[in-house]
Design a protein around this ligand. Structure first.
Ligand code: SF4
Ligand code: SF4
Length: 447
């Protein structure tokens, strides 16, 4: 059993996390050192992984429970939090059994039922603490920091000066061997697909980040980044691929012509149910107007977290409701209108609990039932010959290369640094090799 020291000061922890290039691995990619450089009462470990078919966090917790809890304790120390909470689904029994060995004292569990979404910060903070983050705010506004499983494990590793060089992810869907893996950053999707035994369909495409919040992708050369959570392989003709690749113009046209204003999208929107001023059906109505009238209704999409419940689950007409919320945000941003005074907090909806979306029903609605199987963490090792390290795989400014072409590098060596005075994250080599190429977006390494 390794011994994890917690003798570092709050300042040391923040600096080691900054050096290690740790970002929010849950999707946002927000630099972790900035989150930790705060003072809060509560620290939540977001272990509520809920994207259908993706399960890498569950596997990480089973394998690295001690490291995760160590990372949580370090986060609590850095922020001065007096209480830590592991928010996890009840059904992750094996992970809970491992975590129970280390969760004690001022850390406890919050056990979730199997709903989607659970990991949105507004939702998790309310469920765990009963506190509502102000509209447009962050957990810090209510005395809290939220980090996900992999981020906490990375924080623990950073105390031993081990930087982020790999990312854990699941490869699920139409593959011969669904699995989870810890892949070197910059590994291509082509190599991940091969590791999973190849596709079981003729013309495979991918949902990068999951079926609900992920993006459609058909580029086998796309690289793994620090925020990669997983890929669902589906045939090109699958409705999810068609939906996620439809043009903006077609989406607007469909939204104008087919919405009957039934408002199911609003009635099931998790942020609406929390009492926020968000009404996706009103945004759908806005699409029929122009100018100020459109913007007036479009404001009711500003608090959308892009969970996808409105269009992939609620809407009986199968309309692109989420896309219209994203469009509404763009309208407001383009106009530069202030948002704060327009979005008020109402009360949590009395029917909230009964309107949450059970994941098995969601999987059925998405047409993913045939692929709803476990994707265990593989013991196979990925050793790509080449990796493409993106200079921007985090929130903030792209990292600046500090190596030159032809230079020999070792795993864990710093190859690109946070630009002076800006928000960002360091990037480290993920394989031993040499720098084959550098361009505006990436550093390529060859073994
Ligand atoms: S659920 Fe669909 S049809 Fe009903 S209001 Fe929303 S977008 Fe329109
Ligand atoms: S994607 Fe739809 S359901 Fe989800 S927060 Fe946005 S409007 Fe609400």
């Amino acid at each position: 059993m390794p011994h994890f020291s917690s003798s570092f000061s709050a300042k040391d922890i923040v600096e080691k996390v900054r050096q290690a290039g740790i970002v929010g691995a849950g999707g946002g990619g927000f630099p972790a050192h900035v989150k930790l450089d705060a003072s809060v009462d509560f620290f939540i470990a977001n272990a509520a992984e809920c994207e259908p078919l993706l399960c890498k966090d569950q596997q990480l917790m089973e394998l690295h429970a001690q490291r995760m809890v160590h990372g949580l304790r370090l986060g609590m120390k850095a922020t001065g939090a007096s209480r830590g909470i592991v928010a996890i689904k009840k059904k992750y029994k094996r992970a809970i059994a491992q975590l129970e060995k280390y969760v004690s004292g001022n850390i406890d569990f919050y056990l979730y039922d199997n709903f989607y979404p659970a990991g949105d910060e507004f939702i998790i903070v309310y469920d765990v603490l009963g506190r509502l983050i102000p509209p447009g705010g962050i957990p810090l506004d209510v005395g809290c920091v939220v980090n996900n499983v992999e981020t906490l494990i990375n924080i623990s590793c950073a105390m031993e000066d081990v930087p982020v060089t790999h990312s854990a992810l699941t490869i699920a869907g139409a593959v011969h061997e669904p699995l989870s893996v810890v892949a070197p950053l910059g590994t291509s999707l082509r190599e991940l697909l091969a590791l999973a035994g190849g596709a079981t369909v003729e013309d495979p495409v991918f949902l990068d980040g999951g079926a609900m919040m992920g993006k459609a992708l058909d580029d086998l050369d796309a690289p793994v980044t620090k925020t990669s959570a997983g890929y669902i392989v589906i045939p090109r003709e699958h409705h999810l691929y068609r939906r996620k690749t439809r043009s903006d113009e077609a989406n607007v046209h469909i939204s104008r012509s087919a919405c009957d204003q039934c408002s199911y999208c609003t009635e099931l929107c998790p942020r609406y149910l929390l009492g926020y001023a968000i009404e996706p059906h009103a945004v759908m109505r806005s699409v029929g107007f122009e100018g100020d009238k459109e913007a007036h209704w479009a404001r009711l999409g500003l608090l959308c977290c892009e969970c996808g419940i409105c269009d992939l689950y609620a809407c009986p007409e199968d309309l692109p409701v989420k896309d219209m919320q994203i469009r509404s945000k763009a309208i407001w941003n383009a106009r530069g209108w202030p948002k704060e005074h327009l979005i008020g907090l109402d009360r949590v909806h009395p029917m909230r609990d009964s309107r949450r979306v059970p994941i098995p029903r969601l999987i059925q609605r998405l047409g993913l039932t045939d692929w709803d199987v476990t994707a265990p963490m593989t013991t196979k090792v990925l050793e790509p010959m080449n990796v493409q390290l993106m200079l921007k795989q985090h929130a903030g400014a792209p990292a600046v290369p500090i190596v030159g072409e032809g230079e020999v590098v070792k795993v864990g060596q710093l190859v690109a640094a946070i630009p002076d005075g800006q928000l960002g994250a360091n990037i480290h080599a993920s394989i031993d090799g040499y720098v084959a190429r550098i361009d505006d977006n990436s550093i390529w390494l060859t073994r």
